[in-house]
Design a protein around this ligand. Structure first.
Ligand code: 13P
Ligand code: SF4
Length: 326
């Protein structure tokens, strides 16, 4: 059996990483490839990882929904979750017997940090009998207080599956507002927001259209509704990829985190990606060096207390049972 090296992998990133830059990464890439074999480890990477991680060293890539789904199928002793803390917790919930590592334990999320279990209990007390739908961008402790989880890729389907006129949808007020418009279900919200997507404005989109006539604009539903209104399509990061694959717009803007365009551009060298984008500082804590260090030292393990895990897993499993993205 031939063993993959950094040199073999370069063809996967030629369009977005110059060869001189790749040469500076080769030592870390080779070390990670070796450590994955030695530890029987796989790397799950979110779409916001930089291309050397996303295309270079990862085994499974995708949006939050795909990572949750794929986590269940992983056949390895160790999962490295190249993403943020709540994603690693979700992988651990679904793989209690495996070791789950995160490259940097400080990789948080403004949405996850916006809400506590006490906040969820207060919302329930204020709205008795109304189901709590919780975005996966939350801690396991918050998921444990919830009836069902959702991602941006399946939120509409999850809400419609409940067959109720009102839901408590936490913690992203913009995702909740965007979903409410699509479903006709009344949503009770919490004032959380993604620090990356809340910064986009309708003027950003108008400017892109003025500068690039004919451009197709895709926005993430964590953006404010008035931004989504200016876009041609709104969807999760995976739904954006599916849109590009199906429609092949010659010029496209992905209104989301910056690495997303780099990763998709590698696969579509003939399309022009215009980049008004914002960096997620939490996602950007993931580097080749941090992945290598976590695997070398087997540190930064993510665990969830058993009593929390059992209740949180239920909410995630209910979501997974609802079906695929819509
Ligand atoms: P998705 O990949 O599920 O669209 O999520 C975007 C995001 O902001 C994750 O933190
Ligand atoms: Fe959280 Fe937004 Fe960063 Fe995603 S992009 S991890 S939602 S802060």
């Amino acid at each position: 059996m031939t063993t993959l090296t950094a040199a073999d992998l370069y063809q996967k990133v030629t369009h977005v990483i110059p060869s001189v830059e790749w040469a500076t990464m080769a030592d870390d890439v080779d070390a990670i490839l070796r450590l994955k074999r030695e530890r029987n480890a796989v790397i799950l990477a979110h779409n916001y990882m930089t291309p050397e991680i996303f295309h270079g060293v990862s085994d499974i890539v995708g949006d939050s929904l795909a990572l949750a789904r794929e986590a269940v199928t992983v056949d390895a002793d160790v999962i490295v979750l190249a993403g943020v803390h709540f994603m690693a917790e979700t992988a651990k919930l679904l793989n209690p017997g495996k070791t789950v590592l995160i490259p940097d334990l400080r990789s948080g999320c403004s949405l996850a940090e916006s809400i506590t279990p006490e906040d969820v209990r207060a919302l329930r007390a204020a709205h008795p009998g109304v189901p709590v739908v919780t975005y996966v961008n939350t801690s396991a402790a918050v998921k444990a207080e919830s009836d069902i989880c959702c991602t941006s890729g399946n939120a509409v389907r999850v809400i419609e599956s409940l067959g109720v006129p009102r839901v408590i949808m936490i913690p992203d007020r913009f995702l909740a507002a965007n979903v409410a418009r699509q479903t006709g279900v009344e949503v009770i919200v919490h004032p959380g927001a993604c620090e990356v997507h809340e910064r986009f404005t309708p003027d950003d989109i108008r400017q892109v259209r003025a500068d690039h006539p004919g451009i197709t604009v895709l926005a993430h539903p964590e953006c404010p509704p008035e931004v989504v209104d200016e876009a041609d399509y709104a969807g999760s990061t995976a739904q954006m990829v599916n849109f590009v694959e199906a429609k092949r717009p010659l010029k496209v803007a992905l209104i989301t985190e910056c690495s997303m365009s780099d990763n998709v551009a590698q696969a579509y060298p003939d399309l022009e990606f215009v980049r008004p984008c914002n960096l997620c500082p939490h996602m950007k804590r993931n580097t080749l060096g941090a992945i290598r260090h976590a695997l070398e030292t087997m540190t930064n393990e993510v665990t969830v207390p058993a009593d929390v895990a059992d209740r949180a897993r239920l909410a995630v499993e209910r979501m997974l049972a609802v079906g695929t993205a819509k």
